[in-house]
Design a binder for this molecule. Sequence first.
Ligand code: SF4
Ligand code: SF4
Length: 167
Amino acid sequence: MDAAAASRLCTACGLCCSGVLFEIVKLQPEDSIRDLEKLGMQINRKKTEPYFKQPCRFLDDCTCTIYQHRPTRCCRFECFQLKLLAAGEIDEAKAQSKIDEARRRVAGIQSRLEKAGDTRTEDSLTERVERALSSLPDESMKAEMRALKIYLERHFRTLALSTHCES
Ligand code: SF4
Ligand code: SF4
């Protein structure tokens, strides 16, 4: 893995922290809830597995402000683009283009939400879209969100490495 390239990609992306790829992050037994709470993390302890909500409050633009202390799952997560990069199946430019396209799609949906009067950016994109659609059916927004989810599933969440990559 080209660590510098991965770092450049992540700091231009933030999709796994911004409430786009995930709605929550579950904490692991090795995470110290007390230490994370001291940093200011709001942890939901009500369920058997404690978790915190996304968008993460520690994301500043595309940078994690508690990087050295981030929870286990944050340390371990690698999206499909980073896996492909590490395997040498794509170069940085190809990964960046996938990130750019995902962010372009997200921005389009966010713009629709703002026009619909939803300013609750503290909620995940899915929550915001579901709320907007429940009060005002919008087939275009619904279609854009569906297309975004397919795109994210295909280019960011997929775990298995294919032997060839499409362009
Ligand atoms: S989605 Fe991938 S490239 Fe983007 S910040 Fe997360 S790990 Fe980095
Ligand atoms: S703690 Fe850092 S790495 Fe984890 S979700 Fe928040 S911003 Fe992202």
